[in-house]
Design a protein around this ligand. Structure first.
Ligand code: ATP
Ligand code: MG
Length: 429
């Protein structure tokens, strides 16, 4: 048995091969069926002539509609009109699972495609995205491994709120209330006192009420935390990691990128160093471009787009005003209105893919900020303990895997970067 990709190789012309897969499209004219077969590696044309296969096989070949599963045997021939330039001339065409009329046809509404997600994920675009995303993750894992990071498994059910309490999902946990994790950060912080450099890939949950093309309620989060690392070094880790992820996607997925019309040359250019711009400078830049922003304005999709539209490399925006960011960040001694933090914005207008910072080590400041937020300190005692026993400067960040995949795959909406997107409007299928 060969995979379609292998059957498409020049060396096989005139040779007999067996392939299996699903009918991608099919038509018959006269005594001949042209079926295009899809497997996980690609598509290939199969021609089934009436007198070349058993009668009953020809009969089922004419009846088998798209998505029917089949096993085909035949000789490889060159055919310039066929996708990939080769076809298989069938001597056997065995239908394994005859498909009912497939409910997805060429032009469908987005809503219908989401209702039929369990079938739509078979599409070539979705398949390409899944492969590219896997290659990005693998590139990231390898980079972490090569650089001495240990992969760890923080909990998903938690009692703390690292980011924004308005986007917490509550959970009935036996006879208590718990939350679905927004970020593994605090748990990763606790692990650096033994392992020093750790990372985790976990689902994160955000009850995002606004429907935007870059927010999911459930997304995959690649997070790292490291001891003895300041904010500057934290950014170096990010630029190296992102470049390594992209390099692996470009290496492993040239065909998939082509299918999605993403030019790998633009991704290959993404190598360190990335530019750094202070939040304050970003405000100046935006004001000059006519945006109605001032000190304290958050950077939303529109502002991030303006900052990155003309760029080929990602951009770090650093030192945000404290009121815009969570309580655990380290105060910037050079400008105490701000934190030692960074958001990494992907270029071409895309916007944020990573949020990172040096972490506050002064418990007095942390307690003050938690009180200001109206948080009960009870759930955070363990977190405060981390500063009591051998505290060290440390930093970390969180990268949204669907965000980076959306950018790399040039998708219009983040929902297409995950097989089953969870949004305000949808938990089915
Ligand atoms: P944004 O301002 O875009 O909502 P954020 O500041 O809330 O992002 P962080 O809390 O810093 O994001 O989370 C770290 C990373 O996780 C982000 O840089 C982004 O890549 C990703 N991320 C955050 N929220 C979501 C979401 N709702 N869906 C998908 N990815 C997300
Ligand atoms: Mg957010």
């Amino acid at each position: 048995m060969l995979q379609v990709k292998e059957a498409l190789s020049k060396g096989l012309v005139g040779k007999k091969v067996r392939v299996r897969g699903w009918i991608y499209r099919t038509r018959s004219s006269g005594g001949i069926v042209f079926a295009v077969l899809r497997d996980s590696t690609g598509i290939i044309q199969v021609t089934v002539k009436k007198d070349a296969v058993a009668d009953q096989q020809f009969e089922s070949a004419t009846k088998a509609g798209i998505e029917s599963s089949v096993i085909v045997e035949g000789e490889v021939a060159e055919d310039k009109r066929a996708p990939g330039g080769y076809e298989i001339r069938a001597s056997s065409f065995e239908v394994i699972g005859l498909a009912e009329a497939f409910p997805i046809t060429e032009y469908q509404s987005t809503e219908l495609l989401l209702d039929l997600r369990h079938l739509w994920i078979r599409s070539r675009e979705q398949t390409a995205v899944a492969r590219i995303k896997a290659a990005l993750v693998r590139g990231g894992r390898e980079w972490f491994h090569d650089n001495g990071y240990v992969e760890v498994n923080p909990p998903i059910v938690t009692g703390v709120c690292p980011e924004d309490s308005t986007t917490l999902f509550q959970l009935k946990y036996f006879d208590r209330i718990a939350y679905l994790s927004q970020s593994a950060q605090f748990y990763l912080e606790s692990l650096i006192y033994s392992l020093e450099k750790v990372y985790a890939i976990t689902p994160s949950f955000r009850a995002e009420k606004s429907r935007t093309p870059r927010h999911l309620a459930e997304y995959w989060h690649m997070e790292m935390e490291a001891a003895w690392v300041d904010n500057e070094e934290n950014m170096k880790v990010q630029e190296e990691l992102v470049s390594a992820m992209l390099r692996n996607a470009v290496d492993e997925c040239p065909e998939e990128l082509k299918l999605l019309k993403r030019d790998p040359a633009t991704l290959k250019k993404v190598e360190p160093p990335f530019d750094r711009m202070k939040y304050e400078e970003a405000m100046d830049y935006l004001q000059k471009k006519g945006h109605a922003v001032s000190w304290g304005s958050d950077l939303g999709a529109i502002e991030e787009r303006a900052l990155t539209l003309d760029r080929e490399l990602p951009l770090f925006v650093i030192n945000y005003p404290k009121e815009l960011k969570p309580f655990y960040m380290k105060e910037n001694p050079e400008d105490p209105r701000t934190y030692k933090n960074s958001d990494l914005l992907a270029p071409e207008g895309f916007g944020e893919i990573i949020g990172g910072s040096e972490r506050e080590t002064d418990n007095t400041l942390i307690i003050e900020r938690l009180r200001d937020k109206g948080e009960s300190l009870d759930s955070y005692q363990w977190y405060l303990d981390l500063r009591k026993y051998g505290s060290v400067p440390h930093s970390g960040f969180g990268l949204g895997l669907e965000r980076i995949a959306t950018w790399v795959c040039k998708l219009e909406h983040i929902r297409d970067a995950i097989p089953y997107p969870r949004t305000v409007a949808r938990v089915y299928p």
